[in-house]
Ligand binder design. Structure first.
Ligand SMILES: C[S@@+](CC[C@H](N)C(=O)[O-])C[C@H]1O[C@@H](n2cnc3c(N)ncnc32)[C@H](O)[C@@H]1O
Length: 243
């Protein structure tokens, strides 16, 4: 079978990603390099593994990565967007790392039925986490409105402890290309200080586009993308007005 120029471009871009990731070890590949490789790849979702379209949940490598991140940083409160396997994994790891039965994972979920299912899975596994259903409403982005979580003050202050979250894991909502953009600016006012975030699906065009917009937000720093599973964009966010 003949290999076309388009396939060569995709193959080269993916190989470039993997090579940079290997060279950098535990550090993420800088966003500028990822965006350049994305342009080289040419076609839609050129950097995303082919299997990614078949699953909504984090894959085994993603769950393992998340578990290792949590074991290193041992956050007290992870605020997650998009419930599922990741919620179970984080609740399990933090129960082990912190050695208590406190709630360390707060998960925001767009689908009421899915939230019920996740609560049942947590209970069956003897794990503690809060799964809070949150409707989607129109929210602003730099290029028009998009449906995203209705993270109003009442919802956020009811959900969060006084000290705010000390880690953000964003794997929702699911929807159009800008659906996850509003999450970070809406959460920033509830942060107590510089807070690390991970945005899953970081090898997908939508999330690379969101990361490129987030890095222009005051108080947000986008470090790069961890090239494993479907990718994790890594960065930090501060509350508005902090230096
Ligand atoms: C990317 S998924 C979140 C996956 C989650 N973090 C996990 O690791 O399983 C984003 C949203 O898609 C919805 N969702 C998750 N799994 C689904 C499935 N199998 N079919 C349809 N929707 C799903 C849920 O509303 C979820 O919040």
């Amino acid at each position: 079978m003949a290999i076309g120029v388009a396939d060569l471009r995709v193959g080269t871009a993916r190989a470039g990603c993997r090579m940079l990731s290997l060279l950098l070890g535990r550090r993420p590949v800088p966003l500028r390099a990822m965006l350049a490789l994305r342009r080289l790849g040419g076609r839609r979702d050129a950097l995303l593994p082919a299997w990614a379209s078949e699953t909504m949940a984090l894959g085994p490598a993603g769950l393992d990565f998340l578990g290792k991140c949590l074991r290193r940083s041992a956050p007290s409160t992870v605020l997650e967007f998009g419930s599922g396997d990741s919620t179970i994994q984080m609740a399990r790891v933090l129960a082990d790392v912190r050695g208590d039965e406190d709630v360390h994972v707060l998960s925001v979920e767009q689908d009421a039925g899915f939230a019920d299912g996740c609560r049942a899975r947590l209970a069956a596994a003897g794990l503690n986490a809060v799964v809070a259903h949150c409707e989607l409403v129109n929210q602003p982005t730099p290029d028009g409105e998009t449906l995203s979580y209705d993270l109003d003050e009442e919802f956020m202050t009811t959900l969060l402890p006084a000290g705010g979250p000390d880690m953000l894991v964003i794997d929702g909502p699911s929807g159009d290309r800008r659906v996850r953009y509003p999450v970070l600016p809406l959460v920033q006012p509830y942060l107590a200080g510089e807070t690390p975030f991970l945005l899953h699906d970081g090898l997908r065009d939508y999330e690379l586009g969101v990361a490129a917009l987030w890095r222009r937000l005051p108080g947000v720093s986008v470090e790069g993308v961890h090239v494993l599973d479907e990718g994790f964009v890594a960065g930090t966010a501060k509350p508005p007005g902090s230096n």
